[in-house]
Design a protein around this ligand. Structure first.
Ligand code: NAD
Length: 192
């Protein structure tokens, strides 16, 4: 059974954690959590096995010897740094999008992943949606012919002010590192 640590237990980290708690993930279990803020981490304390350890600092989780891999669900700038630290500790990494904010850091992360020989995946979750798999299948098989142009209008990804208020890093250069192009649009760019 693969031992997994989740770093960042906010909106997305909690979704990952719930997939473990709901029994959707069979071959891995959560053995450690980390969040800089106690409020988010404590939300799940009652549902966790008593052996699950909670850390405040990612380095303490990464070097705890309690995990074989990490899920990184912290804000954007930290993704390359935490991934590199995890690879250096011999861990597998499943990291939230975007890969990072600066190309140089992302290249370093990718190099570290390759050298580590560990499993590395960015969470481009939409690759697993049936409709996009079907479109890819239709393009790959030639059913749609040669694609010369397409128009893609997204109408249901509007974010209200409540979303921007939900975490202080959102829609800031210092926390998010870019606007919609860096936060939401990596999914669409990835699919394209
Ligand atoms: N794949 C998807 O579909 C998808 C969807 C939503 C968000 N995301 C991505 O997930 C990441 C997190 O987004 P979110 O919406 O969960 O944000 P969030 O603000 O709800 O949660 C982030 C959590 O990380 C914690 N944190 C921040 N810095 C930390 C650090 N250095 N060490 C430990 N904990 C730290 C915060 O306390 C918070 O609980 C972002 O990269 C975001 O783009 C991906």
């Amino acid at each position: 059974m693969l031992r997994v640590g989740i770093i960042g237990v906010g909106h997305m980290g909690a979704k990952h954690l719930e997939n473990f708690l709901n029994g959707k993930i069979k071959k891995a279990k959560v053995t450690a959590l980390c969040d800089a803020g106690e409020k988010n981490m404590n939300r799940y304390k009652e549902q966790l096995d008593e052996n699950v350890k909670c850390f405040k600092k990612p380095s303490d989780l990464i070097n705890s010897g309690m995990v074989d891999g990490v899920i990184i669900a912290t804000p954007h700038y930290s993704h390359p740094e935490l991934s590199k630290e995890a690879f250096a500790a011999g861990l597998h990494v499943f990291c939230e999008k975007p890969a990072g904010v600066y190309t140089k850091n992302v290249r370093e992360m990718n190099d570290a992943a390759q050298k580590s020989g560990k499993v590395f995946q960015m969470n481009f979750v939409m690759r697993d949606f049936d409709r996009f798999k079907k479109i890819k299948e239709m393009i790959d098989s030639g059913e749609l012919g040669e694609i010369k142009r397409f128009v893609w209008i997204l109408t249901d990804w509007y974010r209200t002010q409540a979303y921007y208020n939900s975490s202080s890093w959102r829609a800031t250069w210092a926390g998010e590192g870019g606007g919609v192009m860096l936060n939401q649009n990596p999914h669409q760019l990835d699919l394209m």
